[in-house]
Structures are given as structure tokens and as C-alpha cells.
Design a protein around this ligand. Structure first.
Ligand SMILES: [Mg+2]
Length: 355
């Protein structure tokens, strides 16, 4: 009996009702310009703008690996799930068309008021970011997870003018290397959350402080990262980038991806790294480590020919030149004294092996 009730509660209708009752698909969100048919049929129907190609990305958000329920408030988990996908679209210069969410929840979660409250707050966080970026949630699925863990998979569909999406492989020897915003903030905030043992659980009212102008520094870079969708669109439209990637795993790891795909190496100037104020509290060495290896900043790393006059900011977000692409495959950091040492990929390992 309980199993049957639970199954019903976990059914597709439950997700649809929860989304609709939360207003997620109401009004403008349901009528995203690219969504011909959204939630309620067997498939969604999307229509990209004329002359555009369709881009698709999928990202897991797994409890214990990408978030901890005792550290991350539910709003943050929903926000970050969507932010991961939006950041991938941003990295390609794509415009979001629609999001799809598959969510597996522990059975006991929907059986308790506290559990249902968690799910509502998860959706509130996701909805807040979806509204901010005008992304309709055009479909999804729910299931009961077998192991008591929350598992979410988000699919983002976007579009870009045919043949023009920013790829990792477009970098050339001599291109200058740039990053948006500040680095190391997300890892610094996570370290602080770990230190506090998750005692402080910020709510949406905390989130209000993060939004500010687009160029302002995020107050909660770990819990409420801001995917650089507008920057990606502007880089593509203004032909300011030859290659791009989003910084999900950390600069050292993501730069290695860009270099491998472009068939080049890179010199990175340590002094030029824009360090997030949360990371800057640490010792200089640790601050640089957080900026190089701390992941989940969701800033963009991109290359542009040195002849391009790069604006100081794009779409209101500060742009910093941090180095250049060079011949060969070596990635090297250069300090203020001109000393060079190889940069080994050491991206964020999430919680793997730590807990
Ligand atoms: Mg990515």
C-alpha cells in the first residue's frame, strides 16, 4: 500500500504538479520563445531560431559528490543543478532554449513534511535561476531513488548561429588567454562550509545579496554561482573569442582540456589571476592554489587573437588577461620573478575520497 502510494506520489504527475504549483511553468516560463510544446505531453517540442544549430548538455547533481544535504541549503542544490547546465551553454556562446530535469528522491522524503519542504525549496532555488535567465522547464521525470540519496540530472538545450558555437578546439598559438570574474571563491566558500560543519544554512534571503549588478562579486560563489550566459552570447556575437570552456573543474584542469583540443600549450601569469575575495583571505600560496585548482567557479576561460582589442568588461563582467597560448603541449605558470613551473591539472574532486 505504502509502495503504491509512494509510487503515485513519485509519478510524473507529482513532478508536474509540483512544478506548476510552484509557478515554474506558469506565464513566461512556460512560453519560452523556443518551446512549441512544454510539460504535459510525451515529448516537448522545441523550435530553435532560424539559421541556428541545437546544442545539448547534460549534468548530474549527485548527493555526496556534488552537494551535501547537511551543508548546502536546498535552494542552493536546485540553483546549482541548473547553473551547471547553463554554464555549459555559456561556454559555447549558446542561448538557452529549455531545461529538462530528471530527479530521483528517497521515498521517505515525500512521506514527511520536512522532506516535502526540502523538495519545494529545491524547486524554489531552481525556479529563481530559471526566471532570472528566462529558461523554461519544458519536461522532466521523477523516480524513487534506491539508496536514500537525492540524484538530479539536468538537460539543457540551447541554440547558436550555425557553425559559430565557441568550441574548445579553436585556440591558436599566440592567442591571448582570458577569464571572466574571479576565481577560487567557490572552493573557498566550500572550505568554510566544511570548517563550520554545515551549521549555517543560508536561505533565499541570503541569496538576495548575491545578485547585485552582473559585474559585482558573488557573495555565495559556491552555493549560488552565476553562469556567464550573457558573456558567452556577447563573445560569440562580437567575435571576441576563438575558443572557450567553462571553469567547472578548475582552471588547471579546464585549461588542459582547451589546450588539448586546440593542440597548443599555455603560459599563465600568476600575478594576473583574478582572485575572489573569499579566496584572498587565505595565505597568498593557498589563494593562488584555490584560483588554479578550486573548481565550480563557473566562470569562462577563453582565447582570442592578440590583435583583438578586448574590452575590460563584457556584459557587465570583468575580463582579465591571464596568459597566452604557446607552441607545444606544455602548460606553465610564470611567477612575478619570471620563474616557470609546469601546471598540473588538479581540479576539484568534489567530495570523492574525502568523505
Ligand atoms: Mg563545461
Amino acid at each position: 500500500m505504502l509502495g503504491l502510494t509512494m509510487k503515485k506520489a513519485m509519478g510524473e504527475l507529482a513532478l508536474i504538479e509540483r512544478i506548476r504549483s510552484g509557478g515554474l511553468s506558469a506565464g513566461a516560463l512556460e512560453r519560452g520563445a523556443g518551446v512549441v510544446l512544454g510539460i504535459g505531453d510525451d515529448c516537448a517540442i522545441l523550435r530553435p531560431p532560424r539559421g541556428h544549430e541545437v546544442l545539448v548538455t547534460t549534468d548530474f547533481t549527485l548527493e555526496g559528490r556534488h552537494f551535501r544535504r547537511d551543508w548546502h541549503p536546498p535552494e542552493s542544490v536546485g540553483h546549482r543543478a541548473l547553473a551547471r547546465g547553463l554554464s555549459d551553454l555559456a561556454a559555447m556562446g549558446a542561448r538557452p532554449l529549455a531545461a529538462f530535469l530528471s530527479l530521483a528522491l528517497p521515498g521517505e522524503m515525500l512521506a514527511t513534511r520536512a522532506g516535502r519542504g526540502w523538495v519545494d525549496r529545491f524547486f524554489a532555488g531552481l525556479r529563481g535561476l530559471a526566471e532570472q535567465y528566462g529558461v523554461p522547464l519544458a519536461g522532466g521525470d521523477t523516480a524513487e531513488s534506491a539508496d536514500g540519496l537525492v540524484l538530479a540530472d539536468i538537460v539543457l538545450v540551447g541554440s547558436a548561429p550555425a557553425g559559430r558555437a565557441l568550441r574548445r578546439g579553436g585556440g591558436r598559438v599566440g592567442d591571448a588567454l582570458y577569464v571572466t570574474g574571479e576565481l577560487g571563491g567557490a572552493a573557498a566558500e566550500l572550505a568554510e562550509m566544511e570548517r563550520r560543519g554545515g551549521k549555517r544554512q543560508p536561505t533565499l534571503s541570503d541569496k538576495a545579496g548575491k545578485d547585485g549588478p552582473p559585474g559585482s562579486v558573488g557573495v555565495h560563489p559556491q552555493m549560488f554561482p552565476r553562469p556567464r550566459v550573457a558573456v558567452g552570447l556577447a563573445l560569440l556575437r562580437r567575435r571576441l573569442a576563438t575558443a572557450a570552456i567553462d571553469l567547472s573543474d578548475g582552471l588547471s584542469t579546464d585549461l588542459a582540456h582547451l589546450c588539448r583540443e586546440s593542440g597548443v600549450g599555455a603560459d599563465v601569469q600568476l600575478d594576473a589571476l583574478p582572485i575572489h575575495p573569499l579566496a584572498a583571505h587565505a595565505t597568498p600560496e593557498r589563494a593562488v592554489g584555490l584560483a588554479l585548482h578550486g573548481g565550480e567557479d563557473y566562470e569562462l576561460l577563453f582565447a582570442a587573437p592578440s590583435t583583438v582589442r578586448m574590452p575590460r568588461s563584457v556584459a557587465g563582467v570583468r575580463i582579465m588577461r591571464i596568459g597566452e597560448l604557446v607552441r607545444g603541449g606544455a602548460i606553465v605558470v610564470v611567477d612575478s620573478a619570471g620563474r616557470r613551473r609546469p601546471l598540473k591539472p588538479g581540479g576539484w574532486e568534489h567530495f570523492a575520497g574525502k568523505h
